[in-house]
Write a protein that binds this ligand. Structure first.
Ligand SMILES: C[S@@+](CC[C@H](N)C(=O)[O-])C[C@H]1O[C@@H](n2cnc3c(N)ncnc32)[C@H](O)[C@@H]1O
Length: 220
């Protein structure tokens, strides 16, 4: 399911800037996850890739087989122009329709689970990912976490005087995604390890970046 028009518009403007905070976050995702040690020939799928900025980042690091999809046609269209990545339009709940079994070695789910406000749908997503991953393949998940930095941003988001420069779109996205995040935090934290295990994934590393949790999981 697609996000609302205003959520998409805000994210589109934020990612189009490809600013230093955005790049620092991708570096942290890369360094804290299984990407750091993965072979450059690994077949990678980036789910909900927006404009494809992380796809372009991985290609610059030397990865040769990286593709992605997003549910928003507007995001995909802009991505083709801005990053030049060939991105498909697809819904993460329908992976079966778009990708063959065991066609990837690594699947990345970055800041998208919190857009799907239903714990049962997360199970559907993990089953779909399990199917498109090769045996022993890796799932990398990055999602918001209430770290001290994140809590500070939450506080700043309630005060319009802090809406300037690179903070603007980030604070706006906390407001835009309020309903998603109110569902996500209590349902994900505490339940995620069991949920992943129930759907055939073992967590092999866990890290915390500025305001996010980074998990690497192996498909059993
Ligand atoms: C916060 S952005 C994350 C972008 C990128 N993955 C990152 O971490 O920088 C969330 C993206 O997920 C996409 N999205 C939301 N629901 C989706 C769904 N059901 N299937 C595929 N993409 C979805 C949105 O269009 C948006 O581009």
């Amino acid at each position: 399911m697609e996000d609302s028009q205003s959520t998409t518009e805000n994210l589109l403007q934020m990612y189009a800037k490809q600013d230093k905070i955005n790049m620092a976050n991708y570096w942290l995702l890369y360094l804290l996850s299984a990407f750091r040690t993965a072979p450059k020939s690994a077949r990678i799928l980036d789910c909900g890739c927006a404009l494809g900025v992380f796809i372009a980042f991985l290609k610059r690091r030397g990865f040769t087989h990286v593709e992605g999809f997003d549910a928003s046609p507007e995001m995909v269209e802009a991505g083709r122009t801005i990053t030049g990545c060939d991105i498909r339009i697809a819904d993460i709940l329908d992976l079966d329709k778009h990708y063959a079994q065991a066609s990837f070695d690594i699947v990345s789910v970055s800041n998208i689970l919190h857009h799907v406000t239903d714990i049962n749908s997360w199970g559907v997503i993990f089953d779909g990912i399990r199917r498109v991953l090769s045996p022993g393949g890796l799932l990398v998940i990055r999602e918001p976490k209430r770290t001290p930095i994140y809590r500070t941003l939450e506080w700043l988001s309630k005060h319009p005087s802090f809406y300037f420069g690179p903070l603007t779109f980030r604070l706006q996205s906390i407001i835009e995604e309020r309903a998603y995040l109110d569902y996500f935090f209590p349902h994900w934290y505490g339940a995620h390890a069991e949920l992943l295990k129930a759907h055939g994934f073992e967590i092999i590393s866990e890290g915390t970046s500025m305001g996010e949790q980074v998990l690497s999981c192996r498909r059993s």
